[in-house]
Ligand binder design. Structure first.
Ligand code: VGL
Ligand code: ZN
Length: 212
């Protein structure tokens, strides 16, 4: 394809949080989240290296509004590492809501990164928890595997995709966000803030058809 980005052996497709709870009918449903499945499945066939992330919270997680009496979902509170949006209970370890959506079909994915499993720290990014210091190990995996560029797709564009893109950039990887293979939650200006942040970092934002 003339203007397509050629995918090579040092590229990784990072498929973010395609889990039942983030899809319509789930506990923290991202509007039209299920629409990305065919795009992500098709994209994955182009990439020799694919990793999946899985939001994986214990019951009673700090990010759940239900853990803070008197608080409601989508309010922001201050915790030890700064502001934290409170969410409905979601992606509780071992529950159907935490499972990958049944339409996700990427059998050759080489790695599943679980995140958010510490009760007192949320984790949007696939690289660091929300204290921005506790690593998941993904950067080390990429370096050891010689992977240099990270393509991102999945849910939600304005949280886990955004933070993963920022941290991938901060860790020295080239970053490409495939925007039409993402969907956003859009709470308190988060979608707009994400576009600004990605633009400020110079992150490439493309569509599925740009990938050769
Ligand atoms: C996410 C909010 C809470 C995400 C995860 O995957 O974007 N958002 N937990
Ligand atoms: Zn979560």
């Amino acid at each position: 394809m003339a203007n397509g980005i050629a995918v090579g052996d040092d590229d990784l497709l990072l498929v973010v949080d395609i889990q039942n709870d983030f899809c319509p009918g789930g506990r923290l449903a991202v509007p039209r989240g299920d629409e990305v499945m065919p795009l992500v499945n098709r994209l994955a066939t182009i990439f020799p290296h694919v990793a999946l992330t899985q939001d994986w919270h214990p019951a009673g997680h700090l990010s759940f509004a239900s853990s803070h009496p008197g608080r409601n979902p989508f309010e922001t509170i201050t915790v030890s590492y700064g502001p934290q949006i409170l969410w409905p209970d979601h992606c509780v370890q071992g529950t159907p809501g935490a499972e990958f959506h049944p339409a996700l079909n990427i059998p050759h994915a080489g790695l599943v990164v679980r995140k958010g499993f510490r009760r007192a720290i949320d984790s949007y990014s696939a690289f660091f928890e929300n204290d921005r210091r506790t690593p998941t190990g993904l950067a080390g995996y990429l370096r050891e595997r010689g992977l240099k560029r990270v393509f991102l797709a999945g849910l939600a564009f304005d949280f886990c995709v955004r933070y993963s893109a920022e941290d991938a950039h901060g860790q020295g990887f080239a970053v490409v966000v495939i925007e039409d293979a993402c969907r956003a939650i859009d709470v308190e200006g988060s979608l707009q803030a994400t576009r600004q942040s990605l633009a400020a970092l110079g992150t490439a934002v493309i569509t599925v058809n740009d990938v050769a």
